[in-house]
Every structure is written in structure tokens, then in C-alpha cells.
Ligand binder design. Sequence first.
Ligand SMILES: [Mg+2]
Length: 228
Amino acid sequence: MRRLVLFDIDGTLLSAGGVSARALEAALVETFGTAGPSSGYDYSGKTDPQIVRELMREAGFDDRAIEERRPLALERYRGRLAEWLGAEDVRQKPGVLELLAALEHEPGVELGLLTGNLEPCARLKLEPIGANRFFAFGAFGSDDEDRYRLVPVALARAREATGIAFEGREAVIVGDSVHDVLCGRGVGVRAVAVATGKTAAAALAGAGPDALVSDFSDTASGLRAILG
Ligand SMILES: [Mg+2]
């Protein structure tokens, strides 16, 4: 069976060592005068535009004010991240480069991204671990604020890039949050949860993924979880 395997980034492929949260906080303070309740906020599975909306709502801004200033806040965030993110801040999660290399050689498998990051930020984070080369296309937080609407975007991008019209049931989403597990369910996407992010394995299991792994240090079992 042909497969479109879509990877989340933060908590799944890598950790950016808290630099993106600091960069976003700085951009919010610069743009809105406050970062809102960012220290207690759960970023897992959220898109960057959604994070801005939720934090600024909590800070008392209405949606119109948020939407007016959000493009500037996100542009400032991208700039800060480009400035502040050092190669030493980015740590790949166990076994992911070996897993990607193995998937790349599987017949019938195409690789893509499905991430809440703005596309330029996704590329900045993947660069230090040399993972951009695996992902010619993807769906990003810059495409839609709602992660659940990124699944059709990813299918369309895959079609543009590969010429293959993948259906939902031919796709696999690999991610570390409950939202990664749930976002493709309506169209039959296989969900593989990996407990290398902030969400505990038990909470991931509660969302009912098709497979749940503690990490990808064992490439063979990672391949089995993903390809079914
Ligand atoms: Mg994640």
C-alpha cells in the first residue's frame, strides 16, 4: 500500500530548547505589550497563529484587535527565531534521522510535514539536524490557524509535489500531541503517537492512536508502527 507519512516537528522530530517560546513571548510583548499567560500555556499541537490568538484573548484582546496585529507579531517572531535559534539549541529526538532515512527508502512511501509552525520557522528548526532534505512539501501553521484543517492542505501539497492523489486512509500522521492523533481521524488517517514531547503516554493512549511508541530509537519498530 502506498503511504503518505506526515510528521509533526516540535516534540516529535526535535526540541528547540525553549527558544521558540522565548522568541514568541518577545514578539508578543513588542506587538501587544504583553505575552499573556504564556508561562502556564500548553503549546502542544497548537499552530503558531492559534497560540497568538489564545494567549492574546486571555490577555483581554478581542479577535479584531488580535487579527489586526497578528501578522506583525508573527513576522517579529520569525525574525527573533532566526536571530536567536542556534544549532546547539536544536536536539533531534532519538532515532528520528535513522527513521526518516529508512522511510525514504521504503517503496511507495512519500514524506511530508504537518506542523503548527509557520513554514519559515519549520525550516529554521529542521536545518540544524539536517532534516529539511526529507521534506519537499508540507502543511504549516502559515497555511491555516486550525490544525484540523491542515490535513486537506497536506494532501493537496502531496499531490502537487508527487502527482499522487493520496486519500486520507493512505496517510499517516506522526506526532507527540493529542491534536496530532485526532486531526486526521475524520478522513481515516492512521495516527502514530510518540511520547517524546510534553504529552504523557497515558494521555496519548487516551486519544486512541493506531500506534503509540515511547520513542523512535528502534527503527524497525518505528517503521512497523508507521506503516502498520
Ligand atoms: Mg508537536
